[in-house]
Design a protein around this ligand. Structure first.
Ligand SMILES: Cc1ncc(COP(=O)(O)O)c(C=O)c1O
Length: 360
């Protein structure tokens, strides 16, 4: 036995591990709701479930590594060439591949802050330096400040639209103006994990933007609107050099056949799934209006969650939610992100928020 331990890369020291939203723990027979991970509260549609179960009968075999069926379906559905598509283990897996493909030690990866908490982690795992540009006081991307922060070393910029955890979205004109300022050799990743929840017509569809801009890549996922979070499948749309790099950096056989077949089935019953998204958007409106009526200032959300900037009261609020049976996502010292869930769960959130307001 040796006293030595394996040498790990210095870049890993100090990187926090990704913190998932806490599960809901039911107490004393009370129903508990999980509003901490921006999941879709609806169970799988029967047709989607059937496809996944049929695929499960063959899980002694490796999946189709090229995701042939899913790629064909995506190409047709979104009108993009096959060579511009890449699939991955959730959009976070693809985001990690994009960083790996563009940035290493000495390079910079830029994103707004606060934003999706995986960005700093995957940046540092690659050995690159995160450059975090504060959101505006209204909790929106400060695209002018981001453009000003570009240096010779910038390799990739994430624009999370709408932004997790604030729900705010950047609009077409400001995004185009920003993209005009980004050098062509810097990759801009439009992370559109919550695209289907957008109702503001001024918020652009990243796919319309990528077509004329070779340095833009769009990230989408089946985890949120399509309700396949547990199956881990997302995709990127990008011009060839970037899409090719994604194929090189992919973990072989990363997307299971269950995930592939369920994703194809989801695209085929998209009307029904997007109907559910419509109901969640109605709930978002109800929750946002309810909170506003109680006196809260809530940034306009284009996603399936709302953001309460509670500062020092964040942890207390999250604890009050938990006592009432809903688990939300606290970012201590900053605020709470609450996913829009079942109507009953949203009611509990509103009740807690009202009581908390009275106590402020
Ligand atoms: C902005 C954003 N991007 C990407 C993801 C990753 O989603 P998935 O890996 O499930 O596709 C999330 C998940 O919360 C997210 O909020």
């Amino acid at each position: 036995m040796t006293e030595k331990t394996p040498k790990l890369r210095d870049a890993l020291s100090g990187i926090p591990t990704y913190k998932p939203g806490r599960p809901a723990a039911a107490e004393g027979g009370r129903v508990a709701y999980k509003l901490s991970s921006n999941e879709n509260p609806y169970p799988p549609l029967p047709g989607v479930m059937e496809s996944a179960l049929a695929a499960a009968a063959h899980f002694n075999r490796y999946p189709d590594m090229a995701c042939t069926g899913l790629m064909a379906e995506l190409s047709e559905r979104f009108g993009v060439p096959l060579g511009h598509l890449a699939t991955g283990t959730g959009s976070v897996g693809i985001a990690q591949q994009l960083v790996q493909s563009t940035a290493g030690p000495g390079d910079e990866v830029m994103f707004a802050w606060r934003s999706f908490e995986a960005y700093p982690i995957i940046t540092r795992v690659s050995g690159a330096t995160p450059v975090q540009v504060p959101l505006t006081p209204g909790d929106v991307h400060d695209l002018d400040a981001m453009a000003d922060a570009i240096t010779e070393r910038t390799r990739l910029i994430f624009v999370c639209n709408p932004n997790n955890p604030t729900g705010t979205a950047v609009r077409r004109a400001e995004l185009e103006r920003f993209l005009d300022r980004v050098p062509g050799d810097v990759l801009v990743v439009l992370d559109e994990a919550y695209k289907e929840f957008i109702r503001d017509p001024e918020v652009p569809d990243g796919l319309a933007i990528y077509r004329s801009r070779p340095n833009v890549c769009v990230l989408r996922t089946f985890s949120k609107a399509y309700g396949l979070a547990g199956l881990r499948v997302g995709f990127a749309v990008a011009h060839e050099p970037v899409a090719d790099a994604l194929r090189k950096t992919a973990v072989p056989f990363g997307v299971s056949q269950l995930a592939q077949d369920a994703a194809v089935a989801s695209l085929r019953c998209e009307d029904e799934l997007l109907g559910r998204v419509g109901s969640l958007v109605c709930e978002r409106k109800r929750v946002a209006e309810g909170l506003a009526k109680q006196g809260w200032t809530v940034p306009e959300s284009q996603a399936n969650f709302v953001w309460l900037r509670l500062g020092e009261r964040t942890v207390d609020f999250a604890a009050a939610c938990e006592r009432a049976g809903v688990v939300v996502r606290p970012f201590p010292g900053e605020g709470v992100r609450a996913t829009i869930g079942e109507a009953e769960a949203n009611d509990v959130l509103l009740r807690v928020a009202e009581d908390f307001r009275v106590g402020l």
